[in-house]
Design a protein around this ligand. Structure first.
Ligand code: ZN
Length: 110
């Protein structure tokens, strides 16, 4: 929100501890604001909602979702969770792209 906070932690007898928010030094920074207080509220609300969501509805979100593109056709890769005795739980990136002529992309995934 444009603030710079100093003294988030302090060490006491060699132990690092977190300083209560009201005891921290907070000043208006000269750097550009990344979010306004209103945006901050909205973001915090969104985070809270995400946390309350049924984990099953977020099952299809993977660390690389939206970041991996197929080398052969250039379309986005999709992810799938698999489970078998040999590997345990694992996930794979696959290309489900279908060309206009109906043929499927040759990418087998990994
Ligand atoms: Zn592909």
């Amino acid at each position: 929100m444009g603030y710079i906070t100093y003294g988030k932690t302090r060490s006491k007898r060699g132990q690092v501890e977190l300083v209560p928010e009201e005891e921290r030094i907070k000043v208006m920074g000269t750097h550009e604001k990344l979010k306004t207080p209103v945006e901050h509220e909205v973001i915090m609300e969104r985070l809270l909602k995400n946390r309350m969501l049924n984990p099953n509805s977020r099952r299809n979100i993977f660390p690389l979702s939206g970041l991996l593109y197929c080398e052969k056709c250039g379309f986005r890769m999709r992810f799938r969770v698999g489970e078998n005795k040999k590997q345990g739980q694992h996930w794979s990136a696959l290309c489900y792209h279908q060309y206009k002529d109906g043929s499927k992309c040759e990418q087998r995934g990994k």
